[in-house]
Write a protein that binds this ligand. Structure first.
Ligand code: ZN
Length: 186
């Protein structure tokens, strides 16, 4: 028999029991609690504290196409992270939001097959699911591939600010570089 403290430990969540009970848990973790996300951020020299991670998980039994009524978790999480702007190379702090529903079914093979054919994420149920690991994965997936300020803070040389080389070929630093590499025209 699962104790309520076991059901509500986010590192060892009994998803089936949590979903049957329509459970809800929420909390806030210090950034150090999610080391992979911590490593993805810049160390800023102004020693600004890393933002905590606010998270929430709601359990619900819902119909998954092809599998009937199954346990599911709706998770959402918010934090802030400092990344390097890929245009001006200055640190930029940005909000990160993750939100997803995950279904849980019995067996790795069934989970893989349903995950492939469903638009929902499907995992194999486990008696002690690590919610922190999942939330960390989702926040990492929510990071921008190419972080850039909407407006970079410093006035920059025009060639560096221009991000569409097609509109300003003469200012494109790579075109200039390529021309230099080719050497002067004969
Ligand atoms: Zn920038």
């Amino acid at each position: 028999m699962a104790s309520s403290s076991r059901e509500l430990d986010p590192r060892r969540l009994d998803v089936a029991a949590f979903s049957s009970a329509a459970g809800e848990i929420a909390g806030e973790w210090p950034a150090e609690r999610l080391p992979r996300l911590l490593a993805a951020g810049l160390d800023t020299d102004d020693a600004a504290p890393r933002a905590p991670i606010a998270w929430r998980a709601v359990g619900e039994r819902r119909v998954l196409a092809g599998a009937g009524l199954q346990p599911s978790l709706a998770i959402d999480a918010d934090t802030e992270i400092t990344l390097e702007c890929q245009r001006c190379l200055q640190p930029m702090r940005l909000p990160v939001h993750a939100e997803r529903r995950i279904f849980f079914v019995d067996g790795e093979d069934a989970a893989a097959a349903l995950d492939a054919e469903s638009e929902n994420d499907v995992l194999a149920s486990a008696p002690a699911f690590d919610l922190a690991e999942l939330i960390e994965d989702e926040l990492l997936l929510a990071l921008p591939l190419v972080p850039r300020h909407e407006r970079c803070p410093e006035p920059l040389p025009r060639a560096f600010v221009e991000d569409d080389p097609a509109t300003a070929p003469a200012d494109n630093p790579f075109a200039v570089l390529a021309a230099l590499r080719r050497g002067p025209p004969n």
